[in-house]
Design a binder for this molecule. Structure first.
Ligand code: ATP
Ligand code: MG
Length: 176
């Protein structure tokens, strides 16, 4: 890509945010692009990771194997997760500044920010100073309005129905 990359946000409480970011990654790689696909708040075992690893042009930085729901974490575990994610974010910044990528996906980063595992000012600073040509996609539930301000595409994935409301948990191959 030879123009300035744009910023995408997929947010909201409906299903399809991560799936959209995976779709964008596949399209970019299929078009000859280089993708850095990164997940926060996931353990690296979601089905898409296995599939994306096989795609030429996609490099993966996946999750934190010890991740569990925040409500079940002790203060110590929260601190350890925060250190892990802050390091992971620094690694991502270093990689995209060193190596040329066309697309960077930061899946679930919005939730990692809201929990306090990452610092919003730091993420905004990175987005403002991202390498020319780097397209960035962020996903998560409820973005801070400062993320809206900096984004070029903002897609609200609205839940009309979700089987979770009927007590159906996330299913392998469909949600994970
Ligand atoms: P997908 O990965 O299928 O594209 P998504 O990225 O839009 O979905 P997330 O908000 O990241 O959805 O949801 C991650 C997990 O949380 C999924 O396994 C999903 O089943 C579950 N989930 C989704 N909506 C809710 C909800 N309203 N309450 C509780 N859990 C939910
Ligand atoms: Mg998601």
């Amino acid at each position: 890509m030879n123009c300035k990359g744009l910023i995408h946000i997929y947010f909201g409480n409906g299903k399809g945010k991560t799936t959209a970011a995976i779709g964008l990654s596949v399209r970019c790689a299929g078009g000859g692009g280089k993708v850095l696909f990164c997940q926060f708040l996931k353990d690296g075992l979601s089905g898409e990771i296995n599939a994306l690893k096989k795609v030429d042009g996609i490099k993966i930085i996946d999750g934190y194997e010890k991740i569990k729901f925040i409500k079940y974490m002790t203060e110590e575990e929260k601190k350890a997760a925060e250190i892990f994610y802050k390091n992971q974010f620094n690694d991502i910044v270093n990689i995209v500044n060193k190596e040329e990528f066309d697309l960077l996906v930061l899946d679930e980063i919005i939730d990692a920010l809201n929990i306090g595992f990452l610092d919003l000012d730091e993420v905004l600073r990175f987005l403002e100073n991202r390498p020319i040509g780097l397209e960035v996609a962020l996903t998560g539930r409820k973005p801070d309005s400062r993320l809206f301000d900096i984004a070029d595409y903002v897609s609200d994935v609205l839940k009309i129905k979700h089987p979770f409301d009927k007590g159906i948990g996330s299913r392998k191959m469909i949600e994970k």
